[in-house]
Design a protein around this ligand. Structure first.
Ligand code: ADP
Length: 508
């Protein structure tokens, strides 16, 4: 059996566990790759959000330059109107100055509220770059950060690069008034977006108060705010946290699947073991029954043949042979009945006829039926019932089978010189117990757990091994007691004896 089991385990291992194990290992190894990919995709998305904010800031300053790029006199009234309009709509713009480039001289300067000196002038090389762009029909806005002021300048198209337009912008107001609404909209409730001074690290603007979130973010330089950085991260969790959480969840799931496979494997092996054990026990049962049947059959055949050949001379001897034939055929009937009973009960074909039975009267009758057997086995059987009556609801034939089986076992499994069996009735609050006690070989605690299983026979010990049996008797008792709404139990000590109790519900 062990070899077959080992073979089956190996086959199962190969067809189930190996592919599963391979799959699990593969899954584990691809997990980190997947996580890396997710992280890459995610950070690319965040980068593109930052790009769109920069793009938006470019649109804002492009609109400023377009609104100032008109073919009108910089000092004239129309220009004044245009600039006033610009100041009104964009409070971040503090001053606008128009200048001639050749010779370099200021033409007109406008201030939104307070007046301040504007003496900065872009270098020649920067102007050349802007002229180059303009020749390619592209108007570019240059930007510088000077003393906390943002200086934007461009060459208006309608003056063919001869004029310079400079805007002085308050960076904080630019962020709050021009960029903030768009940033808030992008951040929604999902992202945390900030603008920080990239030199000092000081956060100048946030979509959320929680500045603790600022450490783990995607960053991008701002196109129109030199030395400033945009930062973004998910509000709830960082990418790393999300990736770790996902990896952990996947790991747990994979471990769970692995555990299930192992448990399933163990379950299958246990079941196969059980089935194989049952098959083994069944084949043992066939051998035992055949052995049990062979002895009476041989005796019957031998004695009947002797009688038929008239070889027995004396009448006394003839009587002895005939009674042996009678006894052995009764034994055969007993064996066959037990097997039939068992198979009927197992297939739930048994019909019980429940009657009110007083055990105090019924038991002595059943014991008396076994008297011949008891005296043949030289067993002293004592019946005592210190109760007035003990009414139960039982099937008479089944009651006889059960008590008969217990007495039979008590006789069979005893090797004492003075064999003693006590049958007694005990009344408990809601039950009536029939106890059959013997001073036989007893049953070990380990075997007590199994003796009520079908086909189970104790194989340890000389007598238990030698005694004939089928392993059906006690299982039959257990099933019949269940049908009576009761139970059977055993108390036993190896070498000292056993007491079997049939526990019937009390019929009041
Ligand atoms: P069997 O036909 O083998 O007697 P049973 O189901 O009646 O089958 O009993 C199962 C096993 O329990 C027996 O093989 C025997 O080892 C053990 N057993 C039953 N009754 C007794 C007893 N009174 N004393 C010792 N062992 C017993």
């Amino acid at each position: 059996m062990v070899r077959t089991l080992a073979k089956i385990s190996l086959v199962l291992l190969i067809i189930v566990s190996l592919p599963m194990g391979f799959y699990l290992v593969r899954e584990f190894s691809t997990l980190s790759k997947n996580e890396e990919m997710v992280e890459r995709v995610f950070s690319t998305q965040l980068e593109s959000i930052l790009y769109s904010i920069n793009q938006y800031s470019e649109n804002v300053v492009q609109q400023w330059s377009q609104s100032l790029d008109h073919p009108v006199d910089p000092e004239g009234e129309i220009m004044q109107d245009l600039v006033d309009n610009l100041f009104q709509k964009n409070t971040a713009i503090r001053a606008v100055r128009f200048s001639n480039l050749d010779p370099p001289e200021e033409q007109a300067v406008y201030f939104s509220d307070s007046v301040f000196t504007m003496d900065n002038w872009p270098g020649q090389s920067q102007l050349d770059v802007l002229r180059g762009y303009l020749e390619s029909n592209y108007q570019r806005m240059n930007v510088e950060l000077l003393n906390d002021k943002l200086l934007l300048y461009f060459l208006p198209k309608n003056r063919n690069g001869e004029q310079l337009c400079q805007l002085v912008v308050d960076p904080q107001a630019f962020i709050q008034q021009n960029l903030s609404p768009m940033i808030q909209q992008v951040a929604h409730d999902i992202f945390y977006i900030s603008i920080a001074d990239s030199l000092s690290g000081q956060v100048l603007f946030t979509t959320d108060d929680d500045s603790g979130l600022s450490q783990t973010m995607e960053h991008a330089d701002m196109w129109y705010l030199p030395d400033h950085q945009l930062g973004i991260r998910l509000k709830s969790k960082t990418l790393v946290e999300l990736a770790t959480e996902r990896t952990q969840r996947d790991n747990y799931m994979l471990m769970g699947v692995g555990l299930l496979v192992v448990l399933g494997f163990i379950f299958v092996i246990i079941n196969i073991r059980k089935e194989m054990k049952l098959a083994e026990i069944k084949s043992e049962f066939v051998a035992n029954v055949s052995h049990e049947i062979r002895t009476p059959l041989a005796l019957i055949s031998m004695y009947s043949e002797t009688l038929l050949l008239k070889r027995v001379k004396t009448e006394a001897k003839q009587m002895e042979y005939l009674s042996t034939i009678h006894e052995e055929s009764a034994r055969l009937t007993g064996i066959v009945n037990r097997i039939l009973n068992f198979s009927r009960i197992e297939r739930n074909r048994t019909k019980y006829h429940f009657d009110r039975i007083d055990l105090k009267q019924a038991l002595p009758e059943i014991v008396a039926d076994c008297n011949a057997h008891l005296s043949a086995a030289k067993v002293a059987c004592c019946f005592d019932a210190h109760v007035e009556d003990a009414w139960i609801q039982a099937d008479w034939e089944s009651l006889k089978t059960m008590v008969g089986n217990l007495l039979d076992n008590a006789m069979k499994y005893s090797d004492k010189a003075e064999k003693q069996i006590n049958v007694r009735i005990l009344k408990k609050p809601n039950e009536v117990w029939v106890e059959v006690e013997d001073n036989g070989i007893g049953i070990s605690a380990k075997n007590q757990k199994y003796i009520f299983d079908q086909f189970y026979r104790v194989t340890e010990g000389d007598l238990a091994h030698r005694a004939k049996g089928s392993g059906l008797g006690l299982n039959l008792v257990k099933r019949i007691m269940k049908a009576h709404g009761g139970a059977v139990s055993v108390r036993s000590k190896l070498g000292e004896g056993s007491t079997f109790s049939l526990k019937f519900p009390l019929k009041k």
